[in-house]
Design a protein around this ligand. Structure first.
Ligand SMILES: N[C@@H](CCC(=O)N[C@@H](CS)C(=O)NCC(=O)O)C(=O)O
Length: 212
């Protein structure tokens, strides 16, 4: 059976839970208490050298990290990842965009929801907000032109982007300003096997501290 190394408030891990739910794949969960330093333990660094969740252990013992790499592995041979070279590469284009541009929303959301925002340098917060606003404007423009980000079909690129984009309000960014994104959120939520459960940081009393 697959093992998902998880931390429940992580939306990077949620992406993987979402795809496992869509595919109805059974798995076991191993919680990594990242704010307690468990990600830095040698046994977990052997699973993911960066110490971050999510990570996946296959039944044969091999391990894989990085949410988008895990999505790509699990979606192979399913409708969620086109098998033709161009379609597959188009999905990768948007997975790269997610890591390069949308991670700003993840950071702002984390700092906002765990009370760290006021402790951060205002110039850094401003820069992240500019990156996040630009990312949302790009997605809004694209998503008014087609139903899903990589084309007519719902793919792992949508799942990856959705994880943080649909929580952008929690990062202090007004989603209502982006009607193209709002329409896409409704289309994603309507997919069979959609996973509605999102866990708040408040379930972890230590999440107000700094990561080791
Ligand atoms: N690029 C990575 C980012 C993973 C990430 O930042 N995970 C956070 C939780 S959302 C984490 O585990 N942070 C703890 C740490 O970096 O030590 C991915 O997409 O999987």
């Amino acid at each position: 059976m697959l093992t998902l190394y998880d931390y429940l408030p992580s939306q990077n891990a949620w992406k993987v839970r979402l795809l496992l739910n869509h595919l109805d794949i059974p798995y076991r969960t191993e919680i990594v208490r990242i704010f307690e330093g468990e990600g830095q333990r040698p046994d977990f660094l052997a699973v993911n050298p960066t110490g971050a969740v999510p990570a996946l252990r296959l039944p044969d013992g091999r391990t894989l990290a990085e949410s988008n790499a895990i999505l790509t592995y699990l979606a192979h041979g399913t409708p969620y990842l086109p098998s033709d070279p161009f379609g597959g590469a188009k999905v990768q284009q948007w997975l790269s965009f997610e890591q390069d541009h949308v991670a700003s929303i993840a950071t702002l959301r984390h700092w906002t929801l765990t009370g760290k925002l006021a402790r951060r340098a205002p110039a850094l917060v401003d820069r992240l907000r500019r990156v996040a606003d630009k990312a949302l404007a790009i997605l809004d423009r694209e998503l008014t032109q087609r139903p899903f980000i990589a084309g007519a079909a719902y793919t792992i690129a949508d799942m990856s982007l959705f994880a943080y984009v649909h929580r952008a309000d929690e990062a202090g960014l007004a989603l209502a300003d982006y009607p193209g994104i709002v329409g896409w959120i409704a289309r994603v939520r309507a997919q069979p096997g959609f996973l509605g459960t999102v866990h708040p940081y408040s379930i972890d009393p230590l999440s107000g501290g700094e990561l080791p």
